[in-house]
Ligand binder design. Sequence first.
Ligand code: GRF
Length: 189
Amino acid sequence: MKIAVFISGTGRNLKNLIEHQDKVGFEIRLVVADREAPGLQYATNAKLPFYIVRPEQRSPAAYSQEMFDLCRNVDYICLAGFLPYLYVYREWKNRILNIHPSLLPAFGGKKMYGMRVHNAVIEHGCQWSGCTVHLVDHLFDHGPILVQKIVPVQKNDTPEILAQRVFEQELIAYPEALSLLQRQKNIKP
Ligand code: GRF
């Protein structure tokens, strides 16, 4: 199974996916960022081809098309901390994955990323949080769920402490979702 990874930030999930390629049996063919993302260093270290494609003034459809044109030889695209909206053309339906640091459908959506998510979870008094890997549809943080991992929210948690606990589960969840896709014939493109 060949994949592309899209990033905007620190690339910790990219690093994790790079490390799981052999064990799970997928191959990262390219990395694409929408900006000079610090995480591109992991692509460089692993000698993976990478591209920076900025949204600039284009429509989401035009931007997405340019991104997808780079991915003609991959089976799946994994969004890993990638922020711009992508327009999911029909040929990419059920072929784009995203990871989100909450138990979707709670605490997702356009402005829900980073510490905002964990802040909101704590402010709501949630006793549980976690992460979700899902297939991407036409809405932000939306689409069929593949894997979820749950963590407790402790009484004295700060958003940063909770984020770290959730992130430890992200490291397990994304490789698990890819492994699931390899095995599940009914979610094939
Ligand atoms: C994580 O919270 C992940 O769920 C979200 O982006 C964050 C990780 O970014 N979608 P990165 O992998 O460190 O760049």
